[in-house]
Design a protein around this ligand. Structure first.
Ligand code: UDP
Ligand code: MG
Length: 317
């Protein structure tokens, strides 16, 4: 199979028939063997019924996957990646903002120019300023952090991949914004960009707001930490905690011993707990324990990050 088109969607019932017939037209005109994988990310409208209908009329070329609830765009893409059979995998938003007419050129760049990943660049974007402005900031950060200097639009939903790439990355949390970075970390080097057409949203409304934007930034930071230092930062906290604990422990003993020594030598007898040093030592022990636990937790969380991907499939057609 030449191409798998993976489409994550959440409440996009109006766009789907138009989108599918447009894709089908492009595929047939170019003689590609293809499949379109719709991943229904817990839609509450009739998107699933529309997909079932498309399946009934188009058969083999349509695959529909229904999540039990809304898990997010990243798990939806990841699920589509696992299902995809085409040599080239193309992702596209369901809202008709990305144009299927770009498919042949993206396909050519992968198969003939040897790109592992080609990302669309919505140079002329039809979205409100409240959206395009934070995106500019976001892309500058992503470029800097990932070291992929030639990309302008990390988050563009329209991208093409060599099959090997999508089978070797895990997209979780809000990581769909950084797939080129994930691909780079997995060892894929030839990452390119192509200016693509962009339309204003025709039906429905955007699903992304400030909340997910902030969440996305936090994911970028954790991804950067992990790929740059591995779990070393967590080890550092663990080590710092252990050291402080040890120091506290030693000084508790030291204070105790010196008190006993004073007693034995007939110097003024005072309770160990009356000494400020005792409290300092105790505090150090407590802080040490806390830092140690923070390090331990960080380690657990970072190692289990892909757990954020454990979506559940309710039905496949
Ligand atoms: N989407 C999804 N799950 C979600 C949110 C969005 O599958 O939880 C899909 C959505 O249906 C669309 C794509 O992700 O196909 C991009 O979303 P949207 O168009 O809302 O983002 P924008 O273009 O405004 O950045
Ligand atoms: Mg959109």
């Amino acid at each position: 199979m030449d191409i798998s088109v993976v489409i994550p969607l959440y409440n996009e019932e109006e766009s789907l028939p138009e989108l599918y017939s447009w894709i089908e037209r492009v595929m047939k005109a170019n003689n590609y063997s293809f499949e379109v994988i719709f991943v229904n990310d817990g839609s509450t409208d009739d998107s699933w019924e529309v997909i079932e209908q498309l399946k009934a009329t188009s058969g083999e070329t349509v695959k529909g996957i229904k999540f039990r609830r809304n898990y997010g765009k990243s798990p939806a893409l990841y699920c589509g990646f696992k299902e995809a059979q085409g040599e080239v995998v193309i992702t596209m938003d369901a809202d008709l903002q990305d144009s299927p007419d770009e498919i042949p050129e993206l396909y050519r760049m992968i198969t003939e120019e040897g790109y592992d990943l080609v990302s669309g660049w919505k140079q002329k974007r039809y979205d409100p300023l409240s959206k395009t402005l934070p995106t500019k900031l976001f892309n500058a950060t992503a470029r800097k952090v990932s070291g992929i200097k030639n990309l302008h639009d990390f988050n563009c939903g329209l991208k093409a991949y060599r099959k090997k790439v999508v089978k070797n990355i895990e997209v979780y949390g809000e990581m769909h914004r950084y797939i080129p970075y994930l691909a780079k970390n997995a060892g894929f080097k030839k990452i390119g960009e192509r200016i693509v057409q962009h339309q204003a949203r025709k039906y429905g409304t955007t699903k992304f707001g400030l909340n997910r934007f902030v969440n996305g930034y936090l994911d970028l930071i954790s991804l950067w930490f992990l790929s740059r230092f591995g779990i070393k930062p967590m080890h550092f906290f663990g080590l710092l905690g252990s050291l402080m604990f040890l120091l506290g422990f030693i000084s508790v003993i030291a204070v105790g011993v010196s008190k006993l020594y004073n007693m034995y030598n007939g110097m003024p007898y005072r309770l160990v707990t009356e000494s400020p040093y005792f409290y300092l030592s105790l505090t150090a022990m407590i802080i040490g324990t806390q830092l140690f636990l923070a390090g331990f937790l960080g380690e657990l969380i970072s190692r289990n990050a892909p757990e954020r991907n454990n979506y559940q499939i309710e039905e496949i057609v």
